[in-house]
Ligand binder design. Structure first.
Ligand code: TYD
Length: 206
């Protein structure tokens, strides 16, 4: 049995994570691997309920409560979906993980990024991805892509452009601090090129 592989995709809304996750799933499946495609928030039945609260609740949610809701979703998801799949030797291709919390909840400026990270590390008992693919996109380009695709924004998408610019900077800082775990790809490049770059990096994983 091959060893499990934990891959996470990160980036702003509209950066193309879903498209790249689909291409990765097709590739691994063609290679004979079993793939679990999943996401946070909302990768479990409990998580779907949490997702509804964090993304669509009308009215304010206190920043610490919001951070804990994402962490609660993550704790249940890792314990019941991600760790069991990795133990079976499967490939987990996951849309968003701890870096999303650090970038988004930390970028709100109210919460300390190190504290946000530490509650997620507690929630997941320290499970780290083998590789995190950051699809980097200037926030104005992301906004134009979303404007073309959406009729309704969720709570985070509706945040001001300045918030999304801070999220982008936070992601780039995270990637800079852990170059061995991150692959940063320019998300304005053609879909197939991005996929090739990601594949090459995965093939180079020890
Ligand atoms: P996502 O599922 O990528 O949104 P969509 O369905 O629109 O593609 O993510 C939902 C939102 O949740 C996104 O704006 C980022 C936010 N988020 C956080 O703020 N913190 C987190 O820890 C996670 C996982 C997501």
């Amino acid at each position: 049995m091959s060893r499990g592989l934990f891959l996470t995709l990160e980036g702003g809304d509209g950066s193309g994570k879903t498209t790249q996750a689909e291409l990765l799933e097709q590739w691994f499946t063609a290679e004979g691997r079993t793939v679990v495609r999943t996401r946070e928030p909302g990768g479990t039945a409990v998580g779907v309920e949490v997702r509804e609260i964090v993304l669509h609740h009308r009215g304010d949610i206190a920043p610490r409560a919001e951070a804990l809701l994402y962490a609660a979703d993550r704790a249940h998801h890792v314990a019941t979906v991600v760790r069991p799949a990795l133990a079976r030797g499967e490939v987990v291709v996951q849309d968003r993980y701890i870096d999303s919390s650090v970038a988004y909840q930390g970028a709100g400026r109210v919460l300390d990024a190190a504290e946000v990270r530490s509650i997620s590390e507690w929630a997941t008992e320290g499970l780290a991805p083998d590789l995190t693919i950051l699809l980097d996109l200037p926030s104005d380009v992301a906004r134009r892509r979303l404007d073309g695709a959406r009729t309704r924004y969720d709570r985070l998408e509706a945040e001001a452009g300045e918030f999304h610019a801070r999220v982008r900077e936070a992601y780039l800082a995270l990637a800079g601090a852990e170059p061995d775990r991150f692959l940063v790809v320019d998300a304005t490049r053609p879909v197939d090129e991005i996929h090739s770059v990601i594949r090459a990096r995965i093939e180079a994983l020890a």
